[in-house]
Design a protein around this ligand. Structure first.
Ligand code: ZN
Length: 222
């Protein structure tokens, strides 16, 4: 079984379509680690594609914020502005869809969570010391996480925590959409990147009146 692992799409339709174009004939199932919405200009379209293409997803902090299950005070001002904009534009059927997403899921070979097993929607795992409580909670040898928007692999006592990076708002200095192919038989992960039309997304964000900082960071991948 080969899985496509994607995370942190953030309403970036162009990046999502470019990643799916690369992935769909190479894997048996695509799995999303949350933050389908927030920041970008096409949260409804991204939800619809995830549903139509039977991508299995969990919720991230941005889904929780759009549903008002996480307070806006959790966010810096620009992301909070984007959350408020997303709340206004989201269709009822897509709000219902994200309301139904679980915080964690177990597959035969791995587990998935947006942030960490200790605090699924909120905690960032950036280094081994932070990840130790989550390693203790793992019931499978591999856990896929998102949330930091940076590709990462942490190893501890035969277990691995793997982050594919972000589809729609990378923060590792590379503006291309990030994703990962996981071969479950071999236990191997392959990190991949794809170019997409960043200017088109930036243009739509400007039209929507989204914060300039969020528009500009896409070009730099930060
Ligand atoms: Zn995110």
């Amino acid at each position: 079984m080969r899985y496509g692992i994607i995370a942190d799409i953030h309403g970036n339709l162009e990046a999502l379509l470019a990643v799916l174009f690369e992935l769909e004939d190479k894997v048996d199932q695509i799995v999303c680690l949350g933050d389908i919405v927030g920041y970008g200009p096409n949260p409804n379209e991204c939800c619809e594609i995830i549903k139509q293409r039977k991508i299995i997803s969990i919720a991230g902090n941005h889904e929780k914020a759009v549903l008002k299950e996480l307070p806006l005070t959790w966010f810096y001002p620009d992301p909070a502005t984007a959350v408020r904009w997303t709340q206004k534009i989201m269709l009822t059927e897509n709000l219902e869809y994200i309301r139904g997403l679980p915080l964690t899921l177990d597959f035969p070979e791995f587990q998935i969570v947006h942030g960490s097993l200790l605090n699924p929607a909120e905690e960032y795992l950036t280094k081994l010391e932070e990840a130790l409580p989550t390693f203790d909670l793992m019931t499978k040898p591999i856990l896929f996480v998102g949330h930091t928007h940076r590709p990462l692999e942490l190893t501890h006592e035969e277990k691995k925590i793997i982050n594919p990076g972000s589809v729609g708002q990378p923060r590792d200095g590379d503006p291309r959409g990030a994703f990962l192919i996981f071969d479950a038989q071999k236990g191997e992960a392959e990190w991949l990147r794809v170019d997409y039309n960043i200017e088109a997304v930036q243009g739509r964000m400007k039209e929507a009146g989204l914060p300039i900082f969020l528009i500009e960071r896409l070009r730099r991948g930060v």
